[in-house]
Design a protein around this ligand. Structure first.
Ligand code: FE
Length: 345
């Protein structure tokens, strides 16, 4: 009886010293994703677990600076970022801690998690987006723009539009090219695209779609959800713009279309680690996956979850590039040097 009592005390003492806090009742989320629909999965998580979510939304750079200045005193538990380029930056800055979770290992494909060096992953992809080609059929023969490589073909001189090469979406695409083709060929491609510009890079992806619709550009690159957003817009003018361009899933005969993610990681100094892991696991569930994907016209990260999104149905099935998102992240520095050398600003 006495032994049992001591053992109980010992176990209680161990739990008190462990970083796991089963009684976490709060979760502090820093998110660079700012879609109104995201509130639904925060609310749903709170309802299911009783854990209160405190949300701070901001631009990726502002959140990362804030985390750096808060250091070990940061109240933040998880950071949500979009695009491999930004996730890699946060990882390199040492903001995350690795997480090993059988649920996440089973639900999230290995290519959508940060590279696991034996201690778990620093971040996990929770939804997927694709980088596609749009063209104006009055200006371009669609057969001439089937692949990313085509955008560097001198036949398209004066017709190509993109946002700045320094933007994470472009850095990630160039990063993927570096991984597939090697840095020399990736740089040749980037130089070829710059030589084909219809105008100096300006604006975001939606601006490229609009300029393609008006004919200022013949062909452009955009993340899939920007086109889907125009297609599903309640405004006639948006749907008209979408109707004037044609969309292409690039590289279907090769590596597949370049993919990226919305990702989330547990922060190094997370005060509520248990709740943080539980939240990420929650995000891989059916309902959360649907809310995450459909809210921004993206695809679920969990392969078994299907969404019914009319714009994505119209855009059709395609072969995604299975390249590890972590490798795309690691190629950022080389991609940035290429962008600099070819003057893609
Ligand atoms: Fe975006």
């Amino acid at each position: 009886m006495k032994t049992l009592h001591c053992a109980t005390l010992l176990v209680a003492g161990l739990f008190a010293a462990m970083p796991l806090r089963a009684a976490d009742t709060e979760l502090n989320v820093y998110s660079a994703r700012h879609y109104q629909t995201d509130q639904r999965f925060y609310d749903d998580f709170s309802k299911q677990t009783g854990i209160k979510v405190n949300l701070i939304e901001g631009a990726d750079n502002a959140l990362m600076e804030r985390l750096a200045s808060e250091g070990a005193n940061s109240p933040a538990d998880v950071l949500i970022l979009v695009d491999a380029a930004r996730l890699w930056k946060a990882e390199e800055a040492g903001l995350f801690q690795p997480v090993q979770s059988p649920v996440l290992a089973e639900r999230i494909p290995a290519n959508l998690r940060s590279i696991d060096e034996g201690q778990g992953s620093n971040w996990f992809g929770v939804s997927r987006r694709a980088r596609m080609i749009v063209y104006n059929p009055a200006k371009i023969d669609g057969n001439k723009v089937r692949n990313y490589a085509d955008l560097a073909d001198p036949a398209l001189k004066g017709l190509v539009c993109t946002r700045s090469g320094t933007h994470p979406y472009m850095l990630s695409l160039i990063g993927a090219m570096i991984e597939h083709l090697g840095p020399e060929k990736a740089e040749q491609w980037a130089a070829g695209v710059v030589a084909n510009f219809a105008r100096s890079p300006r604006g975001g992806d939606t601006d490229q779609i609009k300029a393609t619709a008006t004919g200022e550009c013949g062909v452009a690159l955009t993340n899939s959800y920007y086109l889907a957003r125009l297609m599903r817009s309640s405004k006639d003018v948006d749907r008209e713009i979408a109707g004037k361009v044609r969309a292409v899933w690039p590289d279907q005969g090769g590596n597949g279309t370049h993919m990226n993610i919305t990702g989330i990681g547990v922060l190094r100094h997370a005060p509520h680690r248990e709740a943080a892991v539980r939240f990420i696991e929650y995000l891989t569930g059916e309902e959360a996956q649907r809310l995450l994907a459909d809210g921004n016209n993206e695809w679920p990260a969990v392969a078994s979850v299907k969404i019914d999104n009319p714009a994505l149905t119209t855009l059709g099935e395609f072969k995604p590039d299975p390249l590890e998102i972590g490798r795309i992240g690691k190629a950022q520095l080389e991609a940035a040097r290429i962008v600099d050398r070819v003057g893609w600003r």
